[in-house]
Design a protein around this ligand. Structure first.
Ligand SMILES: Nc1ncnc2c1ncn2[C@@H]1O[C@H](COP(=O)(O)OP(=O)(O)OC[C@H]2O[C@@H]([n+]3cccc(C(=O)O)c3)[C@H](O)[C@@H]2O)[C@@H](O)[C@H]1O
Ligand SMILES: Nc1ncnc2c1ncn2[C@@H]1O[C@H](COP(=O)(O)OP(=O)(O)OP(=O)(O)O)[C@@H](O)[C@H]1O
Ligand SMILES: [Mg+2]
Length: 247
C-alpha cells in the first residue's frame, strides 16, 4: 500500500507538470474517498493543494467530519456554502416546470440531488481557474464500474487517481494516511438526501461490487444488479458521441 501511495503521488505530480498547473484541489465531503484524495494531493503539492468544503443542505456531521479530515491532513481549505444558490436555482427551474405543467414529481428528488453535485463541480472549476489548479475526482473502481456518480457532477473532473482501487483498497489506503478513524468507519453516503446510504440506494454492497470487479464469485442477484448498473451507465464513461459525418 505504501508503494501504491507513492505511485499515485508521483503520477499526480507528473500530470500537474504536463498540464503546467501550480497545484490541485478536491471537494472534501467528510467521506473516505475525498479524505484519501485530499491526503494524496497534499503529498504531491504540499504548498499548492486545496480542500473545498461545500455544504448544500448537508448533514452537520458531514461538515464536522470534513473539518476533521482537513485538520489531520493539514491541507489548505476554504468553504463555499451552496445552500442558497441551490434553493434559488432549483426553485426557479421548478417554478417554470410547474407553470408549463411538466413537473415530474417522481424524478424531483434525483434532479434536486444531481444539481447539488453539478453546483459543486462548477464551484471547483471556478476556483481551479482562479488558482491555476486541476480538479481531482474521488471515484473509485466500484463507483466507476457501476456509474454511481453524477454525470458532469462529481464525475466532472480532470483526474481520477483512485479509479483502479476497489472501495476496500481505498479504505485500506486510508489507514496509511492521516484519515480520522470516524471517517474510515462510517457508512459511505452521497449525502444527496437525508439518510441516504450508497448501499441502500444501489441494492447491493461495495463488498459485492469489489468482489465482482476482482472476478470473484458473488450471488446471482447481486451480479444482476451490478451488471445492470454497468450497462445503464456506459454513456458516463465516454465523451458525448456525435453522428458519423454525412457521406
Ligand atoms: N444512453 C444514454 N446516452 C447518453 N446519455 C444518457 C443516456 N442515458 C441517460 N443519459 C443522460 O444521463 C443522465 C443520467 O445520469 P446522471 O445525471 O448521472 O443521473 P443518475 O445516474 O440517474 O443518478 C446519479 C446517481 O449517482 C449517485 N451519486 C451521485 C453523486 C454522488 C454519489 C456518491 O457516491 O457520492 C452518487 C446518485 O445517488 C444517483 O444514484 C440523464 O438525465 C441523461 O441526460
Ligand atoms: N459537502 C461536500 N463538500 C465538498 N465536496 C463534496 C461534498 N459532498 C460531496 N462532495 C464531493 O463529491 C464526491 C463524491 O462523493 P462520495 O460520497 O462518492 O465520496 P466521499 O464522500 O468522499 O466518500 P463516501 O463514498 O465514502 O461517502 C466527494 O468525494 C467530494 O469530492
Ligand atoms: Mg460521501
Amino acid at each position: 500500500m505504501e508503494k501504491q501511495i507513492e505511485h499515485i503521488v508521483e503520477w499526480l505530480k507528473q500530470k500537474g507538470e504536463e498540464a503546467n498547473v501550480k497545484g490541485m484541489l478536491v471537494g472534501v465531503s467528510g467521506g473516505i474517498d475525498s479524505a484519501v484524495v485530499a491526503n494524496l494531493i497534499k503529498k504531491a503539492f504540499p504548498e499548492n493543494s486545496l480542500g473545498v468544503i461545500m455544504p448544500c443542505k448537508s448533514q452537520s456531521s458531514d461538515a464536522d467530519h470534513a473539518h476533521q479530515v482537513i485538520e489531520e491532513c493539514g491541507i489548505d481549505h476554504m468553504t463555499v456554502d451552496l445552500t442558497d444558490t441551490h434553493n434559488t436555482m432549483f426553485g426557479a427551474i421548478k417554478e417554470q416546470l410547474k407553470a408549463a405543467g411538466t413537473l415530474n414529481e417522481a424524478n424531483e428528488k434525483l434532479a434536486d440531488a444531481n444539481l447539488r453535485a453539478r453546483l459543486r463541480m462548477s464551484t471547483l472549476y471556478t476556483i481551479a481557474t482562479n488558482h491555476n489548479y486541476l480538479v481531482v475526482g474521488t471515484d473509485n473502481a466500484a463507483e466507476w464500474y457501476t456509474g454511481y456518480f453524477t454525470k458532469y457532477g462529481d464525475g466532472g473532473v480532470d483526474l481520477v487517481p483512485l479509479v483502479n482501487l476497489t472501495k476496500g483498497e481505498v479504505r485500506e489506503m486510508a489507514g496509511y494516511l492521516n484519515v480520522p478513524e470516524a471517517v474510515i468507519n462510517k457508512q459511505p453516503s452521497a449525502g444527496l438526501w437525508e439518510g441516504q446510504t450508497d448501499e441502500n440506494e444501489m441494492g447491493t454492497s461495495y463488498d459485492m461490487i469489489d468482489k465482482h470487479i476482482k472476478g470473484e464469485e458473488i450471488p446471482e442477484k447481486d451480479k444482476e444488479i451490478i451488471e445492470a448498473m454497468h450497462r445503464k451507465s456506459a454513456h458516463k464513461r465516454s465523451l458525448a458521441p456525435g453522428p458519423e459525418p454525412l457521406k
